[in-house]
Design a protein around this ligand. Structure first.
Ligand code: AHM
Ligand code: MG
Length: 336
């Protein structure tokens, strides 16, 4: 039986058309795919392998790490450090960049990742995911943290793995967005969602409403208008979702449209925090995917991918999804 296109075949065929492609990028993506399969396996087995619960540690943002956060981070490193394709790694779970050990050659790509996003969902058996972004090494042969501070527009590729009812991997190399489903029997991701696009209009939004009293005015206005439904200025009823797992949220939007918001709020600004989500390994890769699928992604007034990053773990507000809604929200910000 012909089983459809595997992700390996898909990437190789896509890269074949790129002048000067050496196969390094294809090999790196394959290693990332392996890491995602390993993480998927751990997530699937959950309590059976003692993978749930907290590790006795905190990450740089002072958040308690889950055992699976730590384990997934190790798997990502293990799968990618040896190949000679990566110059350095940066992750949500590591304070500083990870330099490639001396026994391995350094490569021409930088890899940033959030190995297990949405980890508050692990113990309750709700979808989590992995997010990654690939940049080029620019300048330093031995990369330093500053080399990672590239605008999202510089990304070579970005993707996420979603560990849900089925495990999926969604990928962009700047030529549209494609989705693959893991066939557990053969251990391969198969192309199941070619050319994913986000409908420009929607009647669904996602936001953590428990923060509503802290939201900035334009977001409050937008949500109020959605809640007013048919009787309000939007003249239609809206539906709401909040999974607290950005990967699952973005995946829903890629599938049926919608808007996802983790906006700036007064609680964060009081703490001197620029937002909730991290620019380099959450906001930028998701923005690249969403824009490649025809959607929009902004901080409020600005396009996220044009931000000049200032630090490795920088946080930004995120508003992304169906183009017309995102443009409307951006308009509310400039009117503000
Ligand atoms: P994490 O990287 O520590 O898992 O945090 C990121 C997650 C996102 O996936 C999700 O959108 C958000 O945090 C949920 O936040 P909240 O718990 O405030 O609703
Ligand atoms: Mg995260």
């Amino acid at each position: 039986m012909h089983h459809g296109t595997t992700i390996t075949q898909f990437i190789a065929e896509e890269q074949r058309h790129i002048p000067g492609a050496t196969g390094d990028f294809t090999a790196l993506l394959n290693d990332i795919v392996t890491a995602c399969k390993m993480i998927s396996n751990q997530v699937n087995h959950g309590a059976l392998v003692g993978a749930l619960g907290s590790a006795d540690s905190e990450n740089i943002q002072g958040e308690t790490q889950k055992k699976l956060d730590v384990l997934s981070n190790q798997m990502f490193i293990q799968c990618t450090e040896w190949s000679g394709h990566v110059g350095a790694l940066a992750s949500e779970e590591m304070d500083d960049i990870y330099d490639i050990p001396a026994e391995y050659p350094r490569g021409k790509y930088l890899l940033t990742f959030d190995p297990l996003d949405g980890s508050s969902n692990i113990d309750v058996n709700v979808s989590v995911g992995t997010i990654f972004s690939i940049l080029r090494v620019a300048g330093n042969e031995k990369p330093i943290a500053n080399d990672f501070l590239q605008a999202g527009t510089q990304q070579v590729a970005a993707g996420y793995a979603l560990y849900g009812p089925s495990t999926m991997l969604v990928l962009t190399t700047g030529q549209g967005v494609n989705g693959f489903t893991l066939d557990q029997n053969i251990g391969e991701f198969i192309l199941t969602h070619p050319n994913m696009t986000i409908p420009a209009d929607t009647a669904e939004f996602a936001i953590n409403a428990s923060n509503s009293r802290f939201w900035e005015a334009p977001v409050k206005r937008y949500v109020d208008e959605c809640l007013a439904g048919k009787e309000g200025p939007r003249e239609k009823d809206f539906n709401m979702r909040w999974i607290a797992s950005m990967v699952a949220e973005v995946h829903r939007i890629l599938t049926r449209g919608g808007v996802f918001m983790y906006p700036m709020d007064s609680k964060m600004s009081a703490k001197g925090q620029g937002g909730k989500l991290r620019l380099l390994y959450e906001a930028n890769p998701m923005s690249f995917i969403v824009e490649q699928a025809g959607g929009g992604s902004i901080t409020g007034a600005q396009r996220i991918m044009e931000l000049q990053p200032e630090s490795l773990h920088q946080r930004v507000p995120v508003i992304l999804g169906s183009r017309n809604e995102v443009e409307r929200i951006q308009g509310y910000h400039s009117a503000d």
